[in-house]
Design a protein around this ligand. Structure first.
Ligand SMILES: [Zn+2]
Length: 220
């Protein structure tokens, strides 16, 4: 059971409306930033997302990081570096994956918001961030399928239909293998550049003065 006294809690940093942190919190397990998820609570008889309990997901585990919209994790909240400071070592500190955030950044460098959205939509960035989101949801849906199949196998073991049982076992193996592959893709490195963009790979290496991408012929 988790306890925290009120004076400590009121001194803890806010999870939302904090200049340090909006949308992500350091993970108690791995220390990286993960998206904050809020638990559902009953408000006027209806289940709604509330700020009472906040969690982060790390792999398949969930960790409590907030109570009453206050950050209770032991790890220090990192200060968000500016976009100019991005490098391989600090990239995990950046909030990612929302087109509006990219448009915010571009606006700071003089690109009007309208142009920013046109670039991201026209060049496929919005589409693929959307696919990314759906991939994550698919991975979670497959987890449920895996659990359901494990339950079905338990029941089938008590029955007398070995062909059906064998089919279920095959299904489980396939599901687990597919899920593992999709999970690895979702967890892959942030410091990445598509293999088909040779110009991008060369230019990034030149800018950072490193051999991150251009030497590698890896096909992703
Ligand atoms: Zn983690």
């Amino acid at each position: 059971m988790f306890t925290i006294d009120n004076p400590t809690l009121t001194k803890a940093p806010l999870l939302t409306n904090s200049p340090l942190l909006t949308g992500e919190a350091p993970c108690p397990k791995c220390g990286k930033m993960h998206e904050i998820r809020y638990g559902k609570q009953k408000i006027n008889g209806e289940w709604k997302e509330g700020y009472t309990l906040a969690f982060v997901k790390c792999g398949d585990n969930t960790y409590l990081v907030g109570v009453n919209n206050r950050y209770i994790g032991k790890r220090k909240l990192p200060v968000q570096p500016t976009i100019d400071e991005v490098c391989e070592d600090n990239i995990w500190q950046y909030r990612q994956n929302k087109p509006s955030r990219i448009v915010d950044d571009m606006e700071k460098y003089g690109i009007p918001r309208e142009t920013g959205y046109k670039i991201l939509l026209g060049r496929g960035v919005c589409k693929w961030l959307n696919v990314r989101r759906k991939l994550i949801k698919l991975k979670n849906a497959w987890k449920e399928d895996v659990n359901k199949t494990i339950e079905d196998i338990k029941i089938a073991k008590k029955g007398d239909n070995p062909i059906y049982l064998g089919r279920l076992r095959g299904r489980l193996e396939t599901l687990q293998s597919c899920r593992k592959q999709i999970r690895e893709l979702c967890k892959s490195d942030r410091w990445a550049m598509p293999d088909y963009d040779e110009r991008g790979r060369r230019e990034v290496d030149k800018l950072w003065g490193q051999d991150y991408f251009s030497a590698s012929k890896e096909v992703i």
